[in-house]
Design a protein around this ligand. Structure first.
Ligand code: NAD
Ligand code: USQ
Length: 392
């Protein structure tokens, strides 16, 4: 396939681009490198020393895999360049990672809220619009989130893959319909993903675009077989209070002896997937497009669920680092169950990588290796869901 990877310089996008290229696909990365500028804004860079995009691509050429092309384009705002690129490359698949993806970052201030909505919704609309004009037969594979479903309301009911049967009642008449699972976002960031869903619904219906939306859980781990080929190919590792995600944060905290930062009781249950599985799922999804005119295909991209306090106590048991329950900076259910259907990926042949001591140790070792690059002042999350005076 000819594949364009939007956001291909990021945590999920870089190893996915390498994986696709290693499997013989012709890859073009598009990225405006905003994530690297956000590192500078937050004063917290990747724990691993990621190289410039030029050095990354040069290192990949030296592995003798097929070279990866790169275009620096702001997907949300450089529309003409995006459409022209689609015409030039004639992609079979477009993988869309190019969004602001951190919930705490999206809640920091009015500027961050507005930036996240502006960037994410405009990026998705621009991609769809440019596909109608210049790549109507391409297959769009979008990285969405499990967080669109919300937490805590279903009391053990299984979350289906995107759609649910419902009976609508109004004016004495009822109708049985299939609807998108009701959206219940828990942050401005998650809200943008629920808005993306409506854009997909519309463009699939009106323009017959072929779209897969992957509702991904929290990604953990850092390395894939391809990123390990050369140290210049190293993937990013976010540990700070905005971009670091819970399991990688705990593993990194354990590596440097920082108490494990559990928010509240730690009763939050979330879905997880290892980065090695992410890259495989994306290739599997990209190579099995829905037919033109079919509804948006929604796949739950996760392999297991865990409660935050269980993860903390498991890692504390492994390493002896204590757990610290902190005031929860977020507005979220203190306790929730989570049962998720993930049949599609299993049918597509995914063999899930489970949380195991071996893989967790690998992450701890990476974190130990680069511990001197960590700024401990950036570990505790400073972003608040509700302004201090409103919370009192
Ligand atoms: P990331 O921030 O590391 O990567 C995103 C990349 O997109 C960055 O390289 C950034 O520079 C680029 N980008 C952002 N806006 C852009 C724009 N307007 N134009 C061009 N490039 C732009 O994030 P990630 O962790 O790799 O996540 C990728 C996608 O996967 C996101 O859409 C996210 O919502 C989704 N996702 C991530 C996780 C996770 O745990 N990391 C879990 C579920 C879903
Ligand atoms: N948490 C802690 N301690 C920490 C960090 C987080 O207890 O130090 C808790 C949070 O309060 C939350 C849970 O862990 O209850 C998950 O937080 P997270 O930051 O790991 O994940 P989240 O904000 O949901 O976002 C991440 C990615 C996002 C993706 C989402 C998938 O950043 O891009 O969409 O995971 S999901 O959670 O399934 O919606």
């Amino acid at each position: 396939m000819r594949v364009i990877v939007l956001g291909g310089d990021g945590f999920c996008g870089w190893p996915t681009s390498l994986h696709l290229s290693a499997n013989g696909h012709r890859v073009t990365i598009v990225d405006n490198l905003v994530r690297r500028r956000t590192d500078a804004e937050l004063g917290a860079s990747s724990l691993t020393p990621i190289r410039s995009i030029e050095e990354r691509l040069q290192a990949w050429r030296e592995t003798r895999n097929s070279p990866i092309d790169f275009a620096e384009i702001d997907v949300a705002h450089d529309y003409d360049a995006l459409e022209e690129l689609f015409r030039e490359v004639r992609p079979d698949a477009i993988v869309h990672f190019a969004e602001q993806r951190a919930a705490p970052y999206s809640m920091k201030s009015p500027r961050h809220k507005r930036y996240t909505v502006d960037n994410n919704v405009n990026a998705t609309n621009a991609v769809l619009c440019a596909m109608v004009e210049a790549a109507p037969d391409a297959h769009l594979v979008h990285l969405g989130t499990m967080g669109v479903y919300g937490y805590g309301k279903t009391k053990g009911m299984q979350i289906p893959e995107g759609y649910i049967d419902a009976t609508l009642r109004s004016g004495g008449v009822s109708a049985d319909v299939e609807i998108l699972y009701p959206a219940d976002p828990g942050s401005i960031y998650h809200m943008t993903k629920t808005l993306d869903q409506l854009l997909f619904f519309y463009y699939a219906k009106n323009d017959g675009l072929r779209i897969t939306d992957l509702h991904q859980g929290i990604v953990w781990g850092t390395a894939t077989p391809e990123t390990l080929l050369d140290e210049r190919l190293v993937n990013r590792f976010d540990y700070d209070g905005d971009y670091g995600t819970v399991l990688n944060r705990f593993l990194m905290q354990a590596a440097i002896g920082h108490p494990l930062t559990v928010h509240g009781s730690g009763g939050q249950t979330r879905a997880f997937i290892h980065i090695r599985d992410t890259v495989q799922c994306i290739e599997k999804a990209a190579s099995t497009p829905p037919k033109r005119g079919e509804r948006v295909r929604i796949i739950n991209q996760m392999t297991e669920t865990h409660r935050v306090r269980d993860l903390a106590s498991m890692i504390s048991g492994m390493t002896g680092v204590p757990v610290e329950h902190q005031h929860n900076p977020r507005k979220e259910a203190a306790e929730n169950d989570l049962v998720v259907a993930n049949d599609t990926l299993i049918k597509l042949g995914l063999q899930p990588t489970r949380l195991s001591d071996g893989l967790m140790t690998e992450v701890v070792e990476v974190a130990r290796r680069y511990a001197s690059r960590c700024d401990p002042a950036k570990i505790v999350s400073q972003s608040r869901w509700v302004r201090a005076e409103a919370a009192e």
